[in-house]
Ligand binder design. Structure first.
Ligand code: 13P
Ligand code: SF4
Length: 398
């Protein structure tokens, strides 16, 4: 990022920001770091042309999906861009494409594989593009949690609602136990649905893995109190909760979070209101509850884009989400006289989203154009069947 770009966004590069931009900033989520082929050099001046040519050669055989957090150099090659919900729907709506190249993270590519037909192949250009939040709930931990709920005598009243940002195993668990998947754009509808699955006064939701999206939706959108929510810590015996606490709760929140959105604080909101008088604060619901409570607007990445599209000229916005998106929006809307700043003083990319760069995209597209299927993401059949059930429940939400 150039100095001019950082100034535009009213942010200051910090040593931490440089670390986040580096390789293996988040080693647990950056799995399979080595590329199994000959990666083009990032300084190759022909990268853009090479990607264009390979994509042209593949024609309708390839469909490239790009999440809003992807780099500009990658997003320019996406056939569609979107939030997690839109991308899941778009992937399912392209049965003629033999290859789905997913420019996003691992759980998104898995979901695309689950929702597409068996002869379609989903490719993730860099297998190291994981998600630290998704890694915070493993199948073993969730099975153990279910045992705890059974022990407390409440498992039959509990409907699991899992955020899209989870592994295929967790989605399969959710499907198997009568639950649904949600994204940040339909979490309220998913919770409404879940509470309708049983007797409303006794039904409970196990929300995983993002405690913040669960809490924010329950309290901000559904009128529950903070006391209705308990936090299940998978690293403590019985989740760190007593059977009484579990029985009294309406929302059992898994102790997971997004490290990118977790950086925004109440101070960030107060600071920006002082620095930019009249600013509208717009944040993603993965932010902490106190940040969401202090914000003017809250929504998914797609919601954020639409809100800025609809904003009047001369309006000022502080955005609390990943920096690639905020930077792109700041540049896009500056000519319309909309001032967009990043909510925090220090820059904040998602290190795993950022792993998909132009060299990896060129390598994946050229390999496919030469007939070599690389970096395929394939979910096993049994997991797929139950995970699909949960994903289809989400796609059918009113
Ligand atoms: P959405 O694009 O669905 O808002 O989700 C953001 C995110 O964190 C994806 O990892
Ligand atoms: Fe995961 Fe957060 Fe990155 Fe989204 S922004 S992919 S939740 S680490």
């Amino acid at each position: 990022m150039t100095t001019a770009q950082t100034q535009d966004l009213d942010v200051q590069p910090s040593p931490l920001a440089l670390l986040l931009l580096g390789r293996e900033a988040d080693p647990k989520s950056e799995r399979g770091v080595e590329c199994p082929g000959d990666l083009p050099s990032p300084s190759d001046p022909d990268l853009v042309e090479r990607a264009r040519k390979a994509k042209e050669k593949l024609g309708d055989k390839v469909f490239v999906l790009g999440h809003h957090y992807q780099r500009d150099e990658v997003i320019q090659f996406a056939d569609v861009t979107g939030d997690s919900f839109k991308l899941a729907r778009d992937a399912a709506a392209r049965p003629e494409a033999e290859y789905i190249v997913f420019c996003g993270v691992h759980f998104m590519a898995e979901s695309a594989d689950i929702l597409t037909s068996d002869d379609q192949k989903v490719v993730l250009p860099d297998l190291a593009a994981g998600c630290s939040m998704a890694d915070m709930a493993t199948a073993e931990q969730v099975a153990e949690c279910w045992d705890v709920l059974t022990e407390a005598g409440i498992a039959e009243q509990v409907v699991p609602v899992s955020y899209m940002n989870s592994s295929a195993d967790i989605k399969a668990f959710t499907g198997k136990h009568g639950g649904t998947i949600c994204t940040s754009s339909n979490a309220k509808r998913a919770l409404d649905w879940a509470f309708e699955q049983g007797e409303p006064s006794t039904t409970k939701v196990l929300f995983l893995p993002d405690q913040h999206l669960g809490r924010n939706t329950a309290v901000r959108d559904m009128g529950m109190s903070l006391e209705d929510c308990v936090l299940y810590n998978p690293h403590k015996p019985n989740g760190g909760l007593t059977a009484e606490e579990l029985r009294a709760a309406k929302m059992i929140l898994w102790r997971g979070h997004c490290s990118v959105h977790g950086r925004f604080s109440l101070d960030s909101v107060n600071d920006v209101r002082e620095r930019v008088p009249g600013v509208n604060v717009l944040v993603h619901p993965e932010c902490r509850h106190e940040v969401v409570a202090a914000a003017d607007y809250v929504g998914s990445t797609e919601y954020i884009i639409k809100a800025l599209e609809a904003a009047p000229a001369g309006s000022k916005w502080a955005i609390g989400t990943e920096l690639n998106l905020v930077r792109r929006l700041a540049n896009r809307f500056a000519p319309e006289g909309k001032e967009i700043v990043f909510l925090d003083k220090t820059v904040c990319f998602c290190s795993t989203m950022n792993r998909i760069d132009l060299p990896h995209l060129v390598w994946a597209l050229e390999s496919l154009a030469e007939g070599n299927l690389v970096n395929r993401i394939e979910v096993d059949k049994e997991t797929e069947a139950f995970a699909k059930l949960a994903l289809e429940r989400m796609l059918a939400l009113p």
